[in-house]
Design a protein around this ligand. Structure first.
Ligand code: SF4
Ligand code: SF4
Length: 215
């Protein structure tokens, strides 16, 4: 496979505006979902077959008593060697050679959903309860194969999300982490060698989300 593409998600620049979440819904023609207020600003509470991008909100207090917010614009990592493809029998799941995108097709209605979910380190795939088709982010496959930027990246007003050639994104991740470490010693790029969607965090990954660094 060629080096392909990557997305960088630098949460140190994320303001939790949810522009990426809305852009994902718009481009993919996905409806909003009715939710209940549970005491968090995060909405909706999780992925679904109609939600491929979720900005997670976690707040807490430092040892000094200061309030902090951690935003985590969660999505499929488009793994370099995707465990979720292990059970694929035919072309129901595609690992695109040129871009590296992992794309599920309508054929996943015949896939073993529970198995795919259980082997995904990031708890990503969801299943349409009516059609049984498995759904998740496609890296905006239709856009990137037309030379366009993924909708979520295009919408990001702060530069938290960047899309490009994998080598360039890895170099940019290293550059940003080197700078961030001067202020936040725990700054790191999560599993950068294993995934195409590379998250940069500045704190313990578990403070952002249970599956932030995979399981
Ligand atoms: Fe598959 Fe999960 Fe990796 Fe996405 S993050 S490619 S769903 S194993
Ligand atoms: Fe964060 Fe950018 Fe998404 Fe806004 S659009 S929530 S700043 S990643």
């Amino acid at each position: 496979m060629a080096d392909g593409k990557s997305i960088l998600v630098d949460v140190s620049r994320c303001t939790g505006c949810r522009g990426c979440q809305v852009a994902c819904k718009q481009w993919n023609g996905l409806p909003g979902t009715r939710t209940k207020q549970t005491g968090t600003y995060q909405n909706p509470p999780d992925f679904s077959h109609q939600t491929f991008k979720v900005v997670r909100f976690e707040d807490g207090r430092t040892k000094e008593g200061k309030t902090y917010w951690h935003f985590f614009s969660d999505m499929c990592r488009h793994c370099m060697n995707p465990p979720c493809l292990a059970g694929a029998q035919g072309d129901e799941m595609i690992h695109d050679d040129a871009t590296g995108a992992v794309v599920y097709t309508e054929g996943t209605s015949k896939s073993d959903f529970e198995m795919s979910l259980s082997v995904c380190p990031y708890n990503i795939p969801r299943q349409d309860p009516d059609t049984k088709v498995m759904r998740k982010c496609t890296m905006c496959f239709d856009r990137i194969t037309s030379g366009l930027t993924p909708a979520c990246v295009l919408s990001c007003p702060t530069g938290a999300m960047v899309f490009g050639e994998r080598d360039a994104m890895l170099a940019e991740a290293r550059r940003r982490v080197d700078i961030l470490k001067k202020t936040w010693p725990r700054a790191q790029a999560l599993n950068a060698d294993d995934v195409r969607v590379i998250f940069i965090v500045t704190d313990d990954p578990l403070k952002y989300h249970k599956y932030a660094a995979g399981v």
